[in-house]
Design a protein around this ligand. Sequence first.
Ligand code: SAM
Ligand code: DTB
Ligand code: SF4
Length: 320
Amino acid sequence: MIKNNWTRPEIEAIYNLPFMELVFQAATIHRQFNDPQEVQISTLLSIKTGGCPEDCSYCSQAARYHTDVKVQKLMELDEVLAAADRAKNAGSSRFCMGAAWREVRDNKDFDKVLDMVRGVNDMGMEVCCTLGMLSESQAEKLKNAGLYAYNHNIDTSEEHYQDVISTRTFDDRLQTINHVRKAKISVCSGGILGLGETDQDRIGMLQTLANMPQHPDSVPINNLVPIAGTPLEGQNPATIWDMVRTIATARILMPKSMVRLSAGRLDMSHEGQTLCFMAGANSIFSGDVLLTTPNPKVSSDQELFQILSIKPREAFKSQV
Ligand code: SAM
Ligand code: DTB
Ligand code: SF4
């Protein structure tokens, strides 16, 4: 059932199934490999905001675009640990720290991040970082400090990549993911819909993820949050139907991975999100903000979880 040699026609056939047949197949596989009543709750914190040298055309934090985001230097350890504590009390099992860096540099700021990783790990939460590109030795340092997971998205297909980001290559992304896997850190990698991609690009992105030597442990599927001042400010995010279709396909291709319904939930109804959970999404970001943009209210998520009898997944629960 778990395979890493998916062909383009196989994935195309799944992605293009009649909608309800696709959701049914995904829901069936989801039940074979996961508890469908369980959803992982993660909290994000932007520990270093804005001023990023990259040109990702969707991003509020790229220095070259004139967005409303204010540049902030790396946060202090005690502020970060206080935020992690609040997230834990609100029911999150995973705490993910994001920095608007192109890559990690071996300097004092990195040493501070290593202290943050140690601190959050000591609180019994799964600690995750997303800091841009990493070398092998930096991945090892993070692992030794107690890092549980590292997020590094491929964002879109290899073919569409240069239309979205020109300051690094798709291969640079894959290389960092390999360094993370080699350091035995849990790999979190996914993408964004609504970047002007075609269905073929979505299929290609899923093929790259599903044919990695091991499937990413987590696969975030983001919908574009259009940011004023960026090249994609006028872009329409993907429809709920396309979000569900992509989530369902990811679930069928990577049965054991956590599929995370990530950015874009604020514009989705509870019913739309329910379709995503039905199709195999089993993870969300909770909290009033993602990194720089708003997210649904915690009380609204709690209400939905209650209606669906969904329970939050515990930290460090090994995958089936
Ligand atoms: N700088 C690091 C990097 O790019 O890897 C980490 C932070 S970056 C903001 C993390 C991910 O958030 C990106 O790879 C992208 O997939 C997602 N993201 C950023 N801005 C977004 C937006 N406006 N809408 C949807 N997803 C977004
Ligand atoms: C991921 O795939 N989505 C998160 C997390 N990984 C780092 C980030 C979403 C960011 C949305 C835009 C913002 O808040 O700036
Ligand atoms: Fe920088 Fe990450 Fe935003 Fe790209 S997505 S501009 S690398 S913070």
